[in-house]
Design a protein around this ligand. Structure first.
Ligand code: SF4
Length: 347
């Protein structure tokens, strides 16, 4: 089944940049999300006024990818921004940026998150909060991706993110990773609880074709269990060590994440302990974010101690020479702090 992909390997069209700059974003231009509940979306960003998550198809059965229908809707949205009109769902979104966006029909960002089942029960997960973890309506995404490769909507330069639910327990997960590797895709991001060690991901890390992001959110078995609803802290630590063995010395492909949660891990000590635990394991890249529900409550008035936590972890990473990725909400808060410092300095 997979060999037919190879005919496209040396056939990636060169994309010409547009002639003038305008506000848009990579998801609006070239993004697609296969979400759960048989929905296809433009993006999953929702921490802003417009609330994002625009729906392209709300009844996708996982069999036939209606390329024309999806491209037509995307084209209408793209025409709007080319005429200086920001769609309502994008209003206030931090991902809007002024650039020379090209005008071609293809997908550079694909997020696969069309199942919700999981091997943890994280207290911050919207699917847990909504009692929405299930195996229902799962389809095999590989034939859909084949259709998309065939019609040159995706190619080996496309960035594939795999989320879920828990990505590695998706029934086709290992086949999917090997399929992407065979198609010479070299930018795969796997989001995982880290409870299941996936040999396919280890192989992709060794080949510098994938990164794995594991949410640890804590530094102890006790707190981990409280947050994740699963007594598997030591298993995850062991699997982090195993993945690190596949990472080439110059690479940073094992990312350990900390989601700051109100009243649970939102203090310097817990963040420091997590940071040092990761550092001592040999992790070279960390990620921090804020619980989305909490952020939505406090976004108009972020408490000073939350700002201090973000600055604290940022400084720790600089001092210790560890790469830190601030994800959506944490990044917004950090930029807010920097902007207000700049404004103070300028007045
Ligand atoms: S809501 Fe944000 S991320 Fe989504 S398409 Fe609009 S600008 Fe892009």
């Amino acid at each position: 089944m997979f060999l037919k992909i190879n005919k496209f390997l040396n056939d990636v069209p060169k994309i010409a940049k547009g002639q003038k700059k305008f506000l848009s974003c990579k998801w609006l231009e070239h993004g697609i999300i296969f979400d759960h509940a048989n929905i296809i979306r433009v993006c999953c960003e929702q921490s802003h006024e417009g609330k994002g998550r625009f729906i392209l198809d709300d009844n996708f059965n996982g069999i036939f990818f209606d390329k024309q229908k999806i491209l037509d809707i995307k084209r209408q949205l793209r025409n709007q921004v080319r005429n200086g009109i920001i769609p309502d769902f994008c209003k206030g979104c931090q991902f809007l940026e002024s650039d020379y966006w090209d005008d071609e029909d293809y997908f550079s960002e694909v997020l696969l998150t069309h199942w919700t089942n999981c091997n943890t029960r994280c207290i911050y997960c919207p699917a847990v909060r909504d009692n929405n973890l299930s195996d229902e309506n799962i389809y095999n995404i590989i034939p859909i991706l084949e259709q998309m490769f065939d019609s040159k909507l995706i190619n080996q330069n496309t960035h594939f993110s795999i989320a879920g639910g828990e990505s590695t327990i998706y029934p086709e997960f290992d086949k999917l990773i090997y399929f992407l590797l065979e198609a010479s895709v070299s930018n795969i991001t796997v989001n995982s609880s880290g409870i299941r060690f996936a040999p396919s991901v280890a192989e992709a890390i060794a080949k510098n074709c994938a990164q794995i992001c594991i949410s640890l959110d804590s530094s102890s078995s006790f707190l981990y269990k409280k947050i994740k609803g699963s007594d598997t802290f030591n298993i995850v630590i062991n699997n982090i060590k195993r993945y690190l063995q596949y990472e080439q010395i110059s690479e940073k492909r094992v990312i350990i994440k900390f989601i700051i949660l109100k009243g649970i891990n939102d203090n310097n000590k817990e963040i420091l302990d997590w940071f040092m635990l990761c550092k001592n394991l040999g992790v070279k890249r960390l990620a921090v974010d804020l619980d989305i529900a909490w952020y939505n409550e406090i976004q108009r008035n972020i408490p000073d101690y939350v700002k201090s936590l973000i600055i604290f972890v940022k400084e720790m990473s600089e001092i210790n020479n560890v790469q830190l990725d601030l994800y959506d909400r944490a990044d917004k808060i950090y930029k807010m702090i920097k902007n207000s410092e700049k404004n103070k300095y300028n007045t």
